[in-house]
Every structure is written in structure tokens, then in C-alpha cells.
Design a protein around this ligand. Structure first.
Ligand SMILES: Cc1cc2nc3c(=O)[nH]c(=O)nc-3n(C[C@H](O)[C@H](O)[C@H](O)COP(=O)(O)OP(=O)(O)OC[C@H]3O[C@@H](n4cnc5c(N)ncnc54)[C@H](O)[C@@H]3O)c2cc1C
Length: 410
């Protein structure tokens, strides 16, 4: 009996019956769905909320990302959201009573030409203007920070310098999923795993229900937070086309090593990045299949590319074994910024999607503001630039320009 009690109390989130009515239904038990559910309950007292997840929580990008967080985005619209998210991790570690293992080890975005250094000046200036620490450093300073880095001229893309962002780093991604789910559940949110949304009911331009493989739910509010599946759901269930392409993105880890890399290192030219996890593995990624697809297969081409890039950038890794590789979906918009909106056409319909490969680092702040939006019906200023109508109005953001300096995932 004592053993059973212990096991029951140790469960992070409660298994509960699916109710027929909720005040809000969140489609997707990933980072953004769980963060919004947590803030709805914690900050707005809205606890009659269901998170419906077709597989298990963290099944999507939430459990597949390479855990990089930073706030030195490219545009004035994006930086405040990412800055607040970065500031929230230590706060949430305490609030959730869950060790999120935030390691603000700093990020180096390597530059391989004077043109890239010049382009980065705008990023640095914008970041600094918004109170985010970011500097340009030369190759020698890169080497001082990361002694394992190869700054010789005798490589494919010699390193000229880097954009150095000290407050960024890495954070344990599954801890974020579990911490948010545990606290949301304790506050009363229902988390329904293996519950797939199959249709969304609308009457008189208002959300009225969500159908799932486990039954119908009546609700006046729905948040679409289904990551790589969001665009398909939006079109198939509501006829709303979102400007999102879904691409496969791959990552891998090496065998665990003694500490050799205490920064996140990333290179747009090499199309690669690396960081060392707290377990000692070198997590690396960046390759994206350039055509839209929904597979989560990995490729031999990717392994070869990654091995070649790492062998040049961090030659001490030559001969190290890769242990695992995996892939996930990146929901890319044309301006590399998300769609955060309440739909003008359908009352009660909210969207938080199109995160591409940036959605881990932003989820805490976005969840906070999406919850406020759903609870009050008022969109805060920080979310307004991300409305869907920006595409129809040709007001795309310049976040794609960041690609000069960053590698995907990072
Ligand atoms: C290999 C890789 C590396 C990455 N690295 C980084 C990184 O270092 N830093 C960073 O910031 N970002 C990174 N990302 C991106 C980040 O992981 C995503 O942007 C983020 O997970 C998006 O969060 P989300 O909540 O929108 O979606 P997800 O976390 O994907 O969650 C969506 C959930 O919706 C569920 N779902 C789908 N359809 C339905 C349905 N019909 N009914 C119910 N549930 C449904 C899915 O099963 C899934 O669990 C990476 C992504 C990948 C794949």
C-alpha cells in the first residue's frame, strides 16, 4: 500500500477522464501548448483547461530540439519576446519547483568573412538597443573562450570572428516539458495524452467544440499549438491556409566526453552548431532537408556533413563516435517569425505556430502572453507584430536576414 501511495504521489501529471466541457482546449502537448496552459492556470485562474496531445507530451519538437536558448534575434519585433523568455528560465525553475538545468554558458555565432562581420553589426546594435548583451569578437578572442576551436587559416571557412552573446546557453528540453506539465496539472489543467484532435466545430463564426478520437469536447476557445502539424490542421479542419512550409530538421549526439566545450558554437557557413550537454555528449545539428516533407527520418548525407563540419571546427572531436541521431519537423514561415494570433474570422480561435527552429527558446514568454490573450481577449503589444494578416499586408519581418549569421536550430 505504502509503495502504491508513493508511486501515485510521484506521478508528475494526473490521468483524468476526458470531460465534455472545458473553458479552453489546447491542441498540442508541446512547449507552447503546455506553457500557455500553465500560465492560464497560474496567472489567470483559468483551470478548466484541457491539453490534448495525439501522442505523448514532448513528442514533437519539444522532445527533439537541441536545447539552445538565446535572445540575440535579428529584428526589434522579435528580440523583446526572446529576451523575456531568456529571463524567465531562472524564475520558472523556482516557480515550477523543477530543475530546468539552465546553463547560460554563452553563444558564439562564428563569422567567416568580413561581409558577415559587417552584417552582424546590425544584429549586435539591435540587440544592444533592446538591452540584450551581444558583442563582436575577433578570432583570437573566440579561441580564448573556446580553446578547442580551430582558428587556423587552413580550413574550408576560416574563422574571422564571432557574435558573442554571453547570456544565452542551453536548457534541458524534457525538463521544461515535464516541469510545465507537472505544475499545470497541479493547478487543475487536464493533460490528455493519446488524444488526437480530428475536427474543430464552428457555429456562427464562433468556436464551439473540438472532436477527438476519444470523444467530443464543447469549448468556446481553442489554441492551435501543434508545431509541424499546425498548418495541416488549420487547413483541413477550418479551411484556413497558413503560410507555413514543413521541413525536416536533423540532430545528433556523440558519445559522452569530458568537458571540452562550455559555449554554444554555431556557424552559418558550415551549416553546423555544437554544444556539450550536461551528460558530456556533444549535441550537434543544423542540416535541413530543403524540400517540404513530414518525415522524421535521418539521412547518411547529414551524418557525413555534420562529421566533416565538426572535424574542421573542433578537430579534437575527430574519431569520436556518434551515438544517436534523430529528426523532427520545423514549421517555417516566409519571414522566419511565428504566427501568434486570435483569428478575426472565428471568435475563440487562437494560433501559436510557425516557430521553425526557434520555438524552444521562446516558449516561456509566448505562453505567458498567449495565456493573457486567451483569458482577456486582448492581444498585448508584444504579440501584435506576429499577426497572420502581416503576410496579406506585405509586412514581413526581416528575421530571415539572421540566416547569414546563424545555423538552423540555433
Ligand atoms: C532537431 C531539432 C532541433 C531544434 N533545436 C532547437 C533549439 O536548439 N532551440 C530552439 O529554440 N528550437 C529548436 N528547435 C525547434 C523547437 O523544438 C520547436 O520550434 C518547438 O518544439 C515548437 O514548439 P510547439 O509547442 O509549437 O510544437 P511541438 O513541440 O512540436 O508540439 C506540438 C505537439 O502537437 C501534437 N499534435 C500534432 N497534431 C495533433 C493533433 N491533431 N491533436 C493533438 N495533438 C497534436 C504533436 O504530437 C506535438 O507533441 C528544434 C527542432 C528540431 C526538430
Amino acid at each position: 500500500m505504502g509503495f502504491l501511495m508513493l508511486k501515485k504521489n510521484k506521478r508528475f501529471w494526473q490521468r483524468v477522464a476526458l470531460q465534455s466541457h472545458y473553458d479552453a482546449v489546447i491542441i498540442g502537448g508541446g512547449l507552447h501548448g503546455l506553457a500557455t496552459a500553465y500560465f492560464l492556470a497560474r496567472q489567470h485562474g483559468m483551470t478548466n483547461v484541457a491539453v490534448v496531445e495525439k501522442e505523448y507530451i514532448g513528442f514533437g519538437g519539444a522532445g527533439r530540439n537541441t536545447a539552445i536558448v538565446r535572445a540575440n534575434q535579428r529584428t526589434p519585433e522579435n528580440i523583446p519576446l526572446y529576451r523575456e523568455a531568456l529571463e524567465l528560465w531562472p524564475v520558472l525553475t523556482e516557480e515550477l519547483d523543477f530543475n530546468l538545468m539552465f546553463n547560460n554558458c554563452g553563444n558564439l555565432n562564428l563569422m567567416h568573412s568580413e561581409a558577415a562581420m559587417n552584417a552582424a553589426r546590425m544584429n549586435v546594435a539591435t540587440a544592444q538597443f533592446h538591452g540584450v548583451e551581444s558583442h563582436l569578437i575577433d578570432a583570437r578572442q573566440c579561441k580564448e573562450l573556446v580553446p578547442a576551436l580551430n582558428i587556423s587559416e587552413d580550413i574550408t571557412f576560416p574563422i574571422i570572428g564571432a557574435m558573442y552573446h554571453p547570456p544565452g546557453g542551453i536548457l534541458r528540453h524534457d525538463a521544461v516539458v515535464w516541469g510545465l506539465a507537472k505544475s499545470a496539472s497541479r493547478l487543475g489543467v487536464h493533460i490528455h495524452q493519446h488524444t488526437e484532435t480530428t475536427s474543430i466545430g464552428v457555429e456562427n463564426h464562433k468556436i464551439v467544440s473540438v472532436d477527438t478520437n476519444r470523444g467530443k469536447i464543447y469549448t468556446p476557445r481553442v489554441l492551435l499549438a501543434a508545431g509541424g502539424y499546425s498548418a495541416a490542421i488549420s487547413y483541413a479542419m477550418l479551411g484556413i491556409k497558413l503560410p507555413i512550409s514543413v521541413l525536416t530538421i536533423q540532430a545528433m549526439v556523440t558519445q559522452p566526453l569530458k568537458p571540452i566545450l562550455d559555449h554554444v558554437v554555431s556557424s552559418g557557413a558550415y551549416h553546423a552548431y555544437a554544444n556539450q550537454t550536461l551528460k558530456g555528449e556533444i549535441a550537434t545539428g543544423a542540416h535541413m532537408d530543403p524540400w517540404p516533407n513530414y518525415t522524421t527520418h535521418t539521412t547518411a548525407y547529414y551524418i557525413k556533413h555534420q562529421a566533416e563540419a565538426l572535424a574542421e571546427l573542433l578537430p579534437c572531436l575527430r574519431g569520436v563516435k556518434f551515438m544517436r541521431h534523430w529528426a523532427g519537423l520545423a514549421d517555417m514561415t516566409p519571414d522566419m517569425a511565428p504566427i501568434l494570433d486570435g483569428n478575426d474570422l472565428i471568435e475563440g480561435y487562437y494560433m501559436d505556430c510557425g516557430w521553425g527552429y526557434f520555438g524552444f527558446k521562446s516558449c516561456a514568454a509566448t505562453g505567458k502572453y498567449m495565456a493573457q490573450f486567451m483569458a482577456s481577449g486582448q492581444c498585448s503589444d508584444i504579440l501584435k507584430p506576429f499577426a497572420l494578416r502581416r503576410f496579406a499586408q506585405h509586412r514581413l519581418m526581416g528575421e530571415t536576414a539572421a540566416l547569414v549569421n546563424y545555423s538552423p536550430d540555433n
